[in-house]
Ligand binder design. Structure first.
Ligand code: ARG
Length: 460
């Protein structure tokens, strides 16, 4: 069968190699639901402005619903010569209704049709991503009260830095995923503009009503310039960037928990349902899910790269290159969705290894900065205090003891009598955590306050 897009200008049939090369049905068939909704809205608009009759509209709508059912059940044969989902739907309509179906494509091009379908698909997919991010944030938040008694080392350069409450970690991830959700919402605004009616590239001479279709498809407004719209894939790139940020956050978290689950750290146990064994080493419980999360994030970022390169040299307006946007876009969404779906139960089900954490929490001089600030409060200049505490830590290292176990006499000697027994109030990780006070810090009251704020935001 000849392609419906091959007009009378063609005297020769398409080379079969081109058909296989140019088809997109193998990946865009998943847009069928959006395509049918878009076509019904378009036909409704054509009827409202008198370009088709009411009976014609009814016939088109009913038949499109039949076709939707056939596609739902996988009963519509998919053929390369019909190229894409848009032509499959239209051809099935023409097969069923003849000339009535031949009117559907009035004042429409596949250029605006594809963009409309993809925008609807992306809009729904962004909403799913947002819901999955919320689930993940809730999983982190739900741990906060139960883990409040645990102190963990905060790291810089992956070296022990200062002590923090475990919920301070969980809240850190909640913040990152909140920014991701804000990016999703912001990007959704630009996705949610209706291109339908720009037709191929310059608009149409026919008396259409673009706002009618935009409204019935739930778009916020219509795109302003037909030339821009015909070429525009910013919304695909932007959403893939948003997904890449999410993937980057997930990958960093996965890496952290992989480290934390080693014997060397021994901070956390990943739920066994999400671990795998080894075919040779019987003792192994491997964090494969997290490794795959770290690995799959590369695919999402790779998709962004593909899309950037795809569009960067395109003159206005539509170019067939744009068909290649769909595989990376679908893959980025599918991969991010899967990563999020697995992250949530892992966060909810992981167990902190309290004993093992506590056994080594006094190692690494996490309270050194607190001691320095204690000296500053006594009136010592920061640089002097920094130098002095360095010397005290050096002495403690020599004796292989934590700061709190240095004799007061020794502390007094090293500080020319400026340190007395009251220093014990800030030494040791427990005291050091309690000494924090600034906003955004790990001070227990601040953390409690943040848990309250986030409970309001995420659960009400
Ligand atoms: N299958 C194509 C796509 O998904 C549609 C091509 C429409 N436009 C064109 N002028 N050939 O992008």
């Amino acid at each position: 069968m000849a392609s419906p897009s091959r007009s009378g200008v063609f005297a020769e049939a398409t080379d079969q190699r081109l058909e296989a090369y140019a088809e997109s049905i193998s990946f865009d068939s998943r847009l069928y639901e959006q395509d049918i909704r878009g076509s019904i809205a378009h036909a409704d608009m054509l009827q409202s402005v008198g370009l088709i009759s009411e009976t014609e509209f009814t016939q088109i709508r009913e038949q499109l619903e039949v076709i939707r059912g056939r596609l739902d059940r996988g009963e519509l044969p998919l053929r390369f010569e019909l190229e894409d989902i848009h032509m499959h739907v239209e051809q099935a309509l023409i097969d069923a209704t003849g000339d009535v179906g031949r009117k559907l494509h009035t004042a429409r091009s596949r250029n605006d049709q594809v963009s409309t379908d993809v925008r609807m698909w992306v809009r729904e997919s962004l909403d799913q991503i947002d819901a999955l991010l919320l689930d993940l944030q809730r999983a982190f938040l739900s741990r906060c009260d139960a883990d409040f008694d645990v102190i963990l080392p905060a790291y810089t350069h992956l070296q022990r830095a200062q002590p923090v409450l475990a919920p301070h970690y969980w809240l850190a991830y909640i913040e990152k995923f909140q920014r991701d959700r804000e990016r999703v919402a912001d990007c959704r605004k630009r996705v949610n503009q209706c291109p339908l009616g720009i037709a191929a590239v310059a608009g149409t001479t026919l008396p259409i009503d673009r706002r009618h279709t935009a409204q019935s498809l739930g778009f916020e407004g219509i795109t302003a310039n037909s030339l821009d719209t015909s070429s525009d894939r910013d919304f695909v790139l932007e959403s893939t960037f948003v997904l890449s940020m999410i993937a980057s956050h997930l990958s960093g978290w996965a890496e952290e928990w992989i480290l934390w689950s080693t014997v060397e750290f021994d901070f956390i146990q990943i739920p066994q349902q999400f671990c795998t064994g080894s075919s040779i080493m019987p003792q192994k419980v491997n964090p494969d899910t997290l490794e795959l999360t770290r690995g799959k994030s590369a695919r999402v970022m790779g998709s962004l790269q593909t899309l950037m390169l795809l569009v960067k040299n395109l003159p206005l307006a539509y170019n067939r290159d744009l068909q290649e946007d769909k595989p990376p876009m679908f893959d980025a969404f599918d991969t991010t969705r899967a990563m999020l779906e697995l992250a949530t139960p892992i966060v909810a089900g992981a167990t902190l290894k309290r004993k093992s954490i506590a056994a080594r929490i006094e190692k690494g001089y996490l309270d050194a900065t607190t001691l320095m600030e204690w000296m500053i409060q006594k009136g010592m200049p920061q640089r002097t205090a920094h130098h002095l505490v360095g010397a005290i830590v050096g002495e403690a290292m020599k004796r292989e003891v934590p700061l709190a176990e240095l004799p007061i006499d020794e502390l007094s000697r090293l500080s020319d009598g400026q340190i007395d027994a009251s220093v014990m109030d800030v030494l040791g990780t427990q005291n050091a955590v309690a000494a924090f006070r600034s906003e955004g810090s790990t001070a227990p009251d601040r953390v409690r306050e943040q848990i309250k704020v986030w409970t309001e935001r995420l659960f009400n």
